[in-house]
Design a protein around this ligand. Structure first.
Ligand code: F6R
Length: 607
């Protein structure tokens, strides 16, 4: 979602603001803008669409100035137009904002009564006018911001510059991420540390309610105020982030590169969790899974939720512990019954998803044990949870999650087996752990020849609706396959547990609606085969992903993709890679924006 950047320097900042924004592009956006102060005037440049339009504009109309703010906007209030693009400004103050001001309408009504004329439909503009009013009343910038913040409800991160104080940059964090970057001769704000990596790796993660006032006087100095407006010292970390621009490494899209990286990323993740020699768990958490009253609660959104649904099968089967899975957006508002015996596991690629973070804070406030499984090391969730495990998938740039999803499966599976060891609920743990170490090779085999996925993608690119089915751990993988397909190809896709088909969804079946069945030759194979047959009989094109070379269906259109021989444990990894490829090649043939699909954001920092 929206990306924020701010620079206070002695040298021109516009070009670097754009550079910083390009490092935030992966978050998803639909317009962008920058503002600087030059010759005692705030000047903005804003453009709809991709960052290139803003770059072109700056070529035509350069923007001098040594203090500035920049923004990539993912529209919430007001369509993605030039007028609604950030920064928003009056003559005195300019603001960029990530998040939602929930009480903006009330504030806007009050401002309109005071004679303020709004130029955009955004919630952000109320922040600008509130600060402006306070400045007009003679308040200093920091007091104007303090008073304004006290009137705002919702979650946000802000970066602010002031016409009369071109030696000053302010940032505020409540609910949305914001980091401070520190150099001897420059200071920075960014939505994440990666955006600032080329200029500084000295990073301070602002905490909830923090405001930072950055000044250029004789040197560069900053003060952080906490929620109670007390000056406070926050830890400064020295990171070691890659500084180069993310590269596609010869692949046509980041998503394809990330699909192909999975064999390696899975290996990295498994080796961090499993001892290669002894086939024992290397998970070292001060959490006791063995208690009689222990309950596992997995809480997440989107693909991370589907990884969690898969893990429910493992926790219950291997660790024989009650496991519930929740969508974070529901969990946080439905008064869940929680106890101190609950081990609440929050699964998130970004570690910033607003609903999951709120659910985590709720579980913490109820005294539950909290564990975050996260891909971004210095994210809000790794810092908020009692414990965390990193998924080690490396930066994921494609908006649709692929390698982060499979890495979540890897951690969750190893965690379920770790819990099983503590609970002494099975005696073949080391066999299973050894089996997991073979998974990366199986995934590599899936990706060895993708020509069948390519052909299938061409066929599917001409359809309007697709049905997916699967059983057991492959049911959540079917859900993930359908989500991936709709996200990047915009084709309507639904997934069902195979056994559920005849309880309603079979009414959708016709010759224009292909069925994609995930059907490894496992304990449920015969049952899934019958379900496939039922759909075939009704004329639907049938696509079967299986490891059974003999499987066939008598129907008008039948395609089979033969995948490596799987076990109940390895299947979900193999079939995940397959459904990712199907989605990718379908989108490729449709010609959609695979890496940045419409309306989607990588890091969902608003509700
Ligand atoms: C789908 C996808 C999303 C995310 C969801 C949660 O491809 O990427 O559904 O899984 O927005 O995001 P995280 O995992 O960052 O909490």
């Amino acid at each position: 979602m929206c990306g924020i950047i701010g620079i206070l320097s002695n040298t021109l900042v516009a070009e670097r603001l754009i550079d910083g924004l390009s490092r935030l592009e992966y978050r998803g956006y639909d317009s962008a803008g920058v503002a600087t102060i030059y010759e005692n005037t705030i000047t903005k440049r804003r453009a709809e669409g991709k960052l290139q339009s803003l770059k072109d504009l700056l070529q035509q109309k350069p923007l001098p100035g040594t203090v500035g703010i920049g923004h990539t906007r993912w529209a919430t209030h007001g369509s993605p137009t030039h007028q609604n693009a950030h920064p928003h400004a009056t003559d005195r103050v300019a603001v960029v904002h990530n998040g939602i001001i929930e009480n903006y309408q009330l504030l806007k009504d009050g401002l309109i009564k005071d004679g303020v004329i709004f130029k955009s439909e955004t919630d952000t503009e109320v922040v600008v006018h509130l600060i402006d009013q306070a400045l007009q009343a003679g308040k200093s910038p920091d007091i104007a911001v303090k008073e304004t913040l006290s009137k705002l409800h919702g979650a946000f991160a802000l970066a602010i510059i002031f016409k009369e104080h071109s030696d000053m940059l302010m940032g505020a964090r409540r609910g949305s991420p914001l980091v401070l970057g520190i150099c001897d001769d420059e200071l920075f704000l960014g939505s994440d540390a990666w955006a600032l990596a080329p200029w500084t790796q000295k990073i301070c993660y602002l905490e909830e309610g923090d405001v930072v006032v950055m000044k250029r006087d004789n040197g560069f100095a900053y003060t952080i105020f906490n929620e109670a407006w007390q000056p406070i010292n926050r830890l400064v970390k020295h990171l070691n982030l890659a500084t180069g621009a993310a590269s596609k490494g010869g692949y046509s899209h980041f998503m394809l590169k990330e699909i192909f990286e999975q064999s390696q990323t899975l290996s990295d993740t498994f080796l961090s969790l499993i001892d290669e020699e002894t086939h024992t768990s290397r998970i070292n958490l001060p959490i006791d899974f063995s208690g009689e009253h222990v309950r596992i609660r997995l809480i997440a959104c989107g693909s991370s939720y589907y990884a969690s649904l898969t893990a429910k099968y493992w926790f219950e089967k291997y660790a024989q512990v009650l496991c519930e899975v929740d969508l974070a957006s529901e969990f946080r508002y439905r008064d869940p019954v929680l106890s101190k015996h609950d081990i609440c596991v929050f699964v998130s690629q970004s570690g910033e998803t607003s609903d999951t973070l709120a659910a985590l804070n709720l579980a913490k406030s109820k005294g539950c044990i909290t564990l975050a499984i996260v891909n971004v090391p210095e994210s809000s969730m790794t810092r908020a949870a009692d414990h965390h495990i990193l998924t080690l998938a490396g930066p994921e740039i494609g908006v649709a999650s692929t390698k982060a999803f499979s890495a979540q499966l890897a951690v969750l599976c190893a965690l379920a087996l770790h819990a099983a060891a503590q609970r002494k609920s099975m005696d073949t743990i080391s066999t299973h752990l050894r089996e997991l170490l073979h998974v990366p090779k199986l995934v590599a085999q899936v990706l060895q020849d993708v020509s069948l996925f390519d052909e299938l993608g061409l066929r599917l690119s001409q359809t309007r609706d697709v049905l997916f089915i699967g059983r057991g751990t492959n049911y959540p993988i079917a859900l993930e396959g359908a989500l991936k397909l709709k996200e990047i190809s915009y084709i309507h896709a639904e997934a069902y547990a195979a056994g559920e088909l005849k309880h309603g969804p079979i009414a959708l079946v016709d010759k224009l609606t292909p069925l994609i069945a995930i059907a490894p030759n496992d304990g449920w194979f015969e049952k899934t085969s019958s379900n496939i047959q039922e759909v075939a009989t009704r004329g639907a094109p049938i696509i079967v992903l299986t490891d059974d070379p003999m499987f066939t269906v008598n129907c008008l259109e039948f395609r089979k993709i033969l995948l490596p021989k799987s076990t109940p444990l390895s299947a979900c990894f193999i079939y995940t890679a397959a459904v990712q490829c199907i989605a990718y090649y379908t989108a490729l043939h449709k010609g959609t924006d695979v890496d940045q699909p419409r309306n989607l954001a990588k890091s969902v920092t608003v509700e």
